[in-house]
Write a protein that binds this ligand. Structure first.
Ligand code: DX5
Ligand code: ZN
Length: 217
């Protein structure tokens, strides 16, 4: 069983709260919010004010994915009563251990994301301290890209590492998830499935959430 985390990156930003209401209606579990700074990734999206604007507009928890440089300077902006995860990129953190503890001290769960080319071994020493590992299955920056096939093997290897070390962090996959690969991703060990264009690009958004949930539980 996995949670469905639709990414608002592919939503209609002019009616963000209404779009989030649609995913909630369809049984989504958590709202994935992609924060991009135009430096760590080529695209710019939104920052803390937009995340905060959704507080109280939905009962879903927030999953904040920071694709920004120097995230330690901005983390407090994303702490809200509904923020469950704040996820930083390993590649953006010189002092990753410090950032993980900064997030936890602010009362949120700490996630660390890995770009497709970054090996799992980059997390070897912090793995026991993180609440979630996000495996990027596309190069970050844009919605609607094609799933990179080797990500499946990476997720399986991470799940095996979690088991062998007796750890309990959650595994999230982000990029190119669809109704066609959802079962395979679930079986590989995914606990949280991000889906942007596959949800918000659907003609019936609540129904598409229900279709995902029928596969991932
Ligand atoms: C990409 C973002 C993703 C994006 C996924 O950099 O982190 O969350 O919204 O979009 P899809 O599901 O369309 O690949
Ligand atoms: Zn994301």
């Amino acid at each position: 069983m996995a949670r469905l985390a639709p990414s608002v990156l592919s939503a209609d930003f002019s009616q963000l709260a209404a779009q989030v209401a649609l995913i909630e209606q369809g049984g989504a579990d958590i709202v994935h919010m992609d924060v991009m700074d135009g430096a760590f990734v080529p695209n710019i999206t939104f920052g803390g004010p937009i995340v905060k604007s959704l507080v109280g507009k939905t009962s879903l928890p927030f999953d904040v994915h920071l694709m920004i440089e120097r995230p330690e300077l901005r983390i407090p902006d994303f702490v809200t009563p509904q923020t469950e995860f704040i996820c930083v990129h390993q590649e953006a953190c010189t002092h990753l251990d410090r950032v993980v503890h900064q997030i936890k001290e602010l009362g949120c769960k700490a996630g660390v994301a890995l770009n497709p080319a970054t090996p799992l071994s980059a997390l070897e020493w912090v793995l026991g301290d993180v609440d979630m590992v996000l495996i990027m299955s596309v190069n970050p920056g844009f919605g609607g890209q094609k799933f990179i096939p080797y990500s499946l093997e990476k997720i399986r290897a991470l799940a095996a590492m979690r088991k062998s070390r007796g750890l309990s962090f959650e595994i999230e996959v982000d990029g190119g998830a669809s109704l066609s690969n959802a079962k395979e991703l679930l079986d590989a060990g995914v606990d949280i499935m991000v889906a942007g264009s596959a949800v918000f690009g659907a003609p019936d958004i609540p129904q598409r959430c229900r279709d995902f949930k029928a596969i991932i539980g």
